[in-house]
Design a protein around this ligand. Structure first.
Ligand SMILES: [Zn+2]
Length: 400
């Protein structure tokens, strides 16, 4: 099968996860549809220990045919996001001539003016949506690249060490990898193949925490409120005004951290604010947490016992652990170089399954897929870039 045929086959399988069912893994039964296809293909390719476990994770091993290689893992996730439809994906393959590409019968166009990534892709084969769904290159692009790499290694009988692959559910709702069984994945290090621009390599993520701010007011008839009423909703607004206004997602990029108000609700008697707190630098994250505690103590001085802050850590920047064993980084950067790609390292402004795996004991940086505009109907894949990433992953797997 070609990389393109493989990709088109996988994106047509509906694997939307569901964030309202996040206590069960998988969150949707239909993720097994793709898991079963992959299991059959892995068995047909001759991989060993192929299984789908009770959490819908697909594991498989390609035993070494030569000695002296590191044991390397590759991972990609099967689900697509809950928020935008991934049902009845109708991919459209075009050679991009620089003119706007109409998405199906909609009035939506994929064009350079809106998406500057397209500038460097004139002449490339682009796969778009029909304007009504995601494409699901996030992360079936990664799955297609890994599966094609395995087929190439097996059919061309390339020399390689022990290779482990895993396809996980529910990455988009952050729960799939929590059930990951590392005993079935005995590798020296691994890579997630899940992301955008093929030139981007990332072994850094945010450090992440979430804050819940609860505010109690004093409710009384407004006609008799003078000197007595404490309006919890107004206190909530005051609380937010005490945080640094520049530290918001809409004002930050690169290595800037942020505090992001994700939800608020309030009445006169009580109000609740939910934030996520992010920074690549752990000491700066701690400073941002201090801002929350300081804002609460300020309000509590003005309005005694009004405000409580609860902060929970979510995940950490994998860089601190990867720096202790850089084999995964060195190996990847050499492969990009051998594939003549001008690679650059970026700090992911989010978390990855790899960051969680790294803290479970497997250093797992991320490789790009050549997929763009994830999580919306403008998502597209660049087949030329996917093909380059197939070359990179194959070099990683077959170079000592
Ligand atoms: Zn993804």
């Amino acid at each position: 099968m070609s990389l393109l045929d493989r990709f088109l086959k996988y994106v047509k399988v509906d694997t939307m996860s569901c964030d309202k069912n996040s206590t069960e893994t998988p969150s949707t039964e239909k993720q097994y549809d793709l898991a079963n296809i992959l299991k059959d293909e892995l068995i047909a390719l001759g991989l060993k220990d192929v299984e789908i476990n009770e959490y819908c994770t697909v594991y498989a091993t390609l035993p070494a045919n030569k000695e002296g290689y590191d044991k390397i893992g590759f991972l990609a996730h099967m689900d697509t996001i809950p928020e935008v439809s991934g049902t009845n994906v109708c991919p459209n393959v075009v050679v991009f001539d620089g003119n706007p590409i109409r998405l199906g019968n909609t009035d939506k166009y994929l064009k350079i003016e809106d998406f500057s990534s397209l500038k460097k892709q004139v002449g490339h084969t682009i796969i778009t949506t029909d304007g009504t769904t995601v494409l699901g290159c996030d992360d079936k692009g990664g799955i297609a690249i890994i599966m094609q790499m395995l087929e190439d290694i097996v059919t061309k009988n390339l020399p390689h060490g022990e290779i482990h692959v895993a396809f996980t559910p529910d990455e988009e709702i952050g729960t799939g990898v929590l059930k990951f069984d590392i005993s079935k994945f005995p590798v020296d290090y691994a890579y997630t193949v899940d992301g955008g621009d093929y030139c981007e390599f990332s072994y850094e993520t945010f450090n992440a925490a979430q804050a819940t701010v609860k505010i109690k007011g004093f409710e009384i008839h407004p006609g008799f409120a003078k000197g007595k009423m404490i309006n919890a909703s107004l206190l909530a607004m005051e609380f937010n005004s005490l945080l640094n206004p520049n530290e918001r997602p809409e004002y930050t990029s690169g290595y800037d951290g942020f505090n992001h108000l994700t939800e608020m609700n309030g009445s006169i008697g009580e109000a609740t604010l939910h934030y996520i707190i992010r920074n690549h630098d752990l000491s700066l994250l701690e400073k941002q947490k201090e801002e929350f505690y300081n804002a609460a103590s300020f309000l509590n001085k003005k309005y005694p016992n009004s405000t409580t802050v609860e902060i929970k850590d979510q995940y950490k920047n994998m860089r601190v652990l990867i720096e202790k064993d850089m084999r995964c980084v060195d190996k990847a950067l050499k492969a990009y170089k051998d594939a003549s790609i001008d690679v650059y390292c970026t700090a992911t402004r989010g978390g990855t399954d790899g960051s969680q795996l790294t803290f479970m004991g497997i250093n797992t940086p991320n490789l790009g897929t050549g997929g763009y505009n994830e999580h919306g109907v403008f998502e597209y894949a660049d087949l030329n870039e996917m093909t380059k990433m197939l070359e990179v992953t194959t070099l990683i797997a077959t170079t000592k």
